[in-house]
Every structure is written in structure tokens, then in C-alpha cells.
Design a protein around this ligand. Structure first.
Ligand SMILES: Nc1ncnc2c1ncn2[C@@H]1O[C@H](COP(=O)(O)OP(=O)(O)OP(=O)(O)O)[C@@H](O)[C@H]1O
Ligand SMILES: [Mg+2]
Length: 360
């Protein structure tokens, strides 16, 4: 096991990702895209029910529902169960988003993102059951440590690059990248969760959604946008991991938006020149100049000098030693999560919003 602060990358790695390798890798991504589309087009049937699970603690809460740690009664395996209340989804006009969340989770298959193991619905909720990622949110570790060493930011950031590349090649825009939605697994690698704002797009989209500090200028300015918004939020994430705070912040969201569209921020003095350079190309208000959507696409990241120690193939195959391994006492340990009040699931004698959720 790695010790905290041990050197993560091999210093003699040559760096970069040759174009020929990228072409090969694109073939693999094309296959994953096809698998995703096949899953999307498949009419799937719910494959579990609430009574299959024993419910333990609350792991997190959001706008529409609650995430519980659960244990499958027959297999004994632990999962995270997200219960979304149909009434809240309808009131907040998020039926389409929640439908996308389900369809997308069912089709995902990549080392650094979660996937759907079971799903079902009852009279009050729809339920998504995902593998339980025991190390908790990156957010918790980041706040506890204040900020990460650049090697740690690089280790996590590089996985986010590969995850976004995968999602985009499936025609998915993620739209909610932030430390709360990045979980650390047992081995110290990441899993991106929360596909509540994720959407299949061909071309551009217009919806205003996301988290203020991580919104790209083109979203704030109500322009049509595409995958560029995820690369912007990667820039915010790299900054926040290494600084301990996001580049654009204020107590009032309107002030945050003004700062974002102005694109003015200051990097702390301890950032290396390479990191500042990479963030500069990523927090680029002008979309036509932003890394990730230029002619070389993701290669602008893979070949950037800040990432030169990263062996991308080894990373994908989890052959790089993580900078930190979470402390885990048992498979159902919630010690890496914040404490929440217990929440009882509501019940109803009638099937609420049956029509609206018929396709779930
Ligand atoms: N697979 C998982 N394993 C462990 N914890 C999880 C898992 N999925 C979610 N969580 C925990 O629950 C929290 C909330 O989940 P999620 O982000 O999916 O919902 P949300 O933020 O309420 O969603 P939305 O943004 O759609 O309202 C996460 O931040 C995380 O702490
Ligand atoms: Mg979330």
C-alpha cells in the first residue's frame, strides 16, 4: 500500500501521448460508445425492489432525494441507493433530467465513473442502486487537508481527463464536475458520481444547470454550448484541488458570475509555471481557444507539460500508485462520509405520478 506523500509517478517516464496511440485508443472508445448506444436503445426492465435491501445510514442528500448505504439482503454486498422523490422531480420540472440520469447510469462502463447495478420505483420514489464507493467525497478529503500537493491534483486530474474523454466520446456532456461528485474508491482511484445533469447531446444545448463556482461563461451568457463546459470545469477543479479554494468566488452568485465572464483570477504563488499554463488554457473564456475543444482535442491535455509524468495507459489500468489510500475498516464503513440525520422513506397507498414515470 502507498504511504501518504509517496511519489506517485515514475520520474523517468518520457511523457506525452503519441498520436498513433491516441488513434488506437480512439478505436477502443468507439467500441465503448457503441456499447453505450446499444444500452440506450435497449428497453430495460427494473431488476430489484426495495425489500431486497437493508437500509443503513444516509450518505448524502440533494435537491430531490436521499442517498443511503444499503446492503443487498441475499448477496450481502453494499451499495449506495439514491432515492429520488417523484413529487419533487415534477415540481422542479426535472422529469427529463432524472430520466436521462437513469438511462445514462445504465449504459456507463468506464473505470473512473460509477454505473447502475439495480433500479426500480415504488409509489413515491424512483431508486438508483450504485456500487458503494467507500472512500467518500474528494470534497471531504480536500477540506480536511486544506489543499492537495500538485502530484495528487495531477493524479486525480488525469483521471478526470480520461473520464471526460470517455463521456464525450459517448456524446455525453456531464455538467456537474466538482469535488462533491468525485468519490475516492478503496484503492485511492476516483469514481465520478451524480449524473443528474448529464445529457446526451448531438450538437449544442442551452439549459442553465450546474453549480455556480463551476459554471462556464458560455452557460452564464445563455449561449448554446457543448462539451467545452466540462473542460472549463476541469480548469476550476485543478485550481481548487491545488489552491484549496475555487478561482472565482464570492458570497453572492451574481458576483461569481461577473468574475467568471470577466475570466480574471489569480493563481497562488506556489502553483508551478506548468500548472498555471495549463489552467490558463482551460479557463479560457473564449471557447474557440479553450483546451479540450481545439483541433487536437484531448491531446492538448495528454501532451501538456504539467502532465508529462503521467503514463496514460498505466493510469487507465490502475498501475500507478495513488498518493493517498482512504482508511476503511470494513466494506460498509461510512467513516469517510459526513454524518446526516436519519431520513425515513415516505410511503403512499396510491402510485403517485404514475403516468409521468411510466418509462422508468
Ligand atoms: N456510489 C456512491 N457511493 C458512495 N456515496 C455516494 C455514491 N453516490 C452518491 N454518494 C453520496 O451521496 C451524495 C449525493 O449523491 P448525488 O451527488 O448523486 O446526488 P445529488 O447531489 O443529490 O444529486 P443532484 O445533484 O442530482 O441533486 C454524493 O455527493 C456522495 O456523498
Ligand atoms: Mg451531487
Amino acid at each position: 500500500m502507498a504511504e501518504e506523500g509517496s511519489y506517485t509517478f515514475s520520474p523517468d517516464h518520457q511523457g506525452g501521448y503519441p498520436r498513433a496511440k491516441q488513434e488506437q485508443y480512439s478505436l477502443y472508445l468507439r467500441k465503448l460508445h457503441q456499447d453505450f448506444i446499444d444500452s440506450w436503445n435497449e428497453k430495460s426492465e427494473s431488476n430489484a425492489k426495495l425489500s431486497d435491501f437493508e437500509r443503513y445510514k444516509v450518505l448524502g442528500t440533494g435537491a430531490f432525494g436521499v442517498v443511503y448505504l444499503v446492503k443487498h439482503a441475499t448477496t450481502g454486498k453494499y451499495y449506495a441507493m439514491k432515492a429520488l422523490e417523484k413529487e419533487k422531480i415534477v415540481k422542479l420540472k426535472q422529469i427529463e433530467h432524472s430520466f436521462y440520469e437513469k438511462k445514462i447510469l445504465c449504459g456507463l462502463n468506464f473505470p473512473f465513473v460509477v454505473y447502475m447495478k439495480y433500479y426500480f420505483k415504488d409509489n413515491v420514489y424512483v431508486y438508483f442502486v450504485l456500487p458503494f464507493i467507500v472512500g467518500g467525497e474528494m470534497f471531504t478529503h480536500l477540506r480536511k487537508m486544506g489543499k492537495f500537493e500538485e502530484t495528487s491534483s495531477k493524479f486525480y486530474g488525469a483521471q478526470v481527463v480520461l473520464a471526460l474523454e470517455y463521456l464525450h466520446s459517448c456524446e455525453l456532456v456531464y455538467r456537474d464536475l466538482k469535488p462533491e461528485n468525485i468519490l475516492i474508491d478503496r484503492t485511492g482511484y476516483i469514481k465520478i458520481t451524480d449524473f443528474g445533469f448529464c445529457k446526451l447531446i448531438r450538437g449544442r444545448t442551452w439549459t442553465l444547470c450546474g453549480t455556480p463556482e463551476y459554471l462556464a461563461p458560455e452557460i452564464i451568457l445563455s449561449k448554446g454550448y457543448g462539451m467545452s463546459v466540462d473542460w472549463w470545469s476541469l480548469g476550476i477543479l485543478l485550481f481548487e484541488m491545488t489552491a484549496g479554494h475555487p478561482p472565482f468566488f464570492a458570497s453572492d452568485p451574481m458576483r461569481i458570475y461577473e468574475k467568471i465572464v470577466a475570466g480574471k483570477y489569480r493563481c497562488p504563488g506556489h502553483f508551478t509555471t506548468e500548472l498555471k499554463d495549463l489552467i490558463g488554457h482551460t479557463l479560457q473564456v473564449d471557447v474557440t481557444r479553450r483546451y479540450g475543444v481545439l483541433k487536437d482535442g484531448v491531446l492538448d491535455f495528454k501532451n501538456h507539460k504539467w502532465f508529462k509524468e503521467v503514463d496514460w495507459d498505466n493510469l487507465l489500468n490502475s498501475r500507478i500508485r495513488p498518493p493517498f489510500i482512504p482508511k476503511v475498516k470494513s466494506p460498509g464503513d461510512t467513516g469517510n462520509f459526513d454524518q446526516f440525520e436519519e431520513e425515513k422513506l415516505k410511503e403512499s397507498p396510491v402510485n403517485l405520478f404514475e403516468e409521468e414515470f411510466i418509462d422508468f
